[in-house]
Design a binder for this molecule. Sequence first.
Ligand SMILES: O=C(O)CCC(=O)C(=O)O
Length: 246
Amino acid sequence: MLTLSLLRNSTLRLLFQQLPKKITTECGSEKLLKEKVEASGDPNYIEFLPSWNPDEEVDLRADVSRHMRVIPDFVNETEEAALLADVEPKLKRMRYEYDHWDNAIEGYRETERDSWSPLCSEVLSRVRRLFPAGASLLPQVHVLDLAAAGHIKPHIDAVRFCGNTIAGLCLLSSAVMRLTHEKKPHIQLDALLERRALYIMSGVARYEFSHAVLGGEHSFFRGKRVIRGRRVAVICREQPDKSTSG
Ligand SMILES: O=C(O)CCC(=O)C(=O)O
């Protein structure tokens, strides 16, 4: 916003027009690259585990890649700090739980939020624009705070609570999310969810694969350890499909 309003200033606009063509072209190609990564995710952040032979279920591999997109550096440090400032006061009053009713999550606290500071609202609008056209989203944004020692066990999301697409901003710590095919468990992929990344998960990735956020001791990506600290996920979800939500 600030950059935009600065560019509206005529002196600066003049300066911008005088920039060498090479620099403006590079800005243009950077923008194109950013748009491409936002549309299809960055494949460098997905690792198909060796147990999934590249010749097996070739179409599924392409399909799940389209439905599990990771966009690194989706928010900058200022935006991350603003999001945390909005959610911390409530979270800090809660205790981490280690006995979720269905035992799907260990070491977490969570809340929902529908009012945000202007900067956070702007970030969340950017997230919402990446949902399929016409998608209707739940007004409440889910905030899931996972302790450094916490983890989320493999699960498939219930269609009752949420529609086809979810998008999660990853704050404070990187983590590894593992997707495992429900019927063929050797078919697995890991997604590296770096601090400040956004992931968008839909379709087969949510309904044919379970997903889990690995605990620190199991967090490796392409053979390298991923240090897991406390992680806060800010998750936007599509409204459940009325025909399946009962
Ligand atoms: O923490 C996350 O990003 C994943 C949360 C999750 O597993 C879910 O919402 O089903």
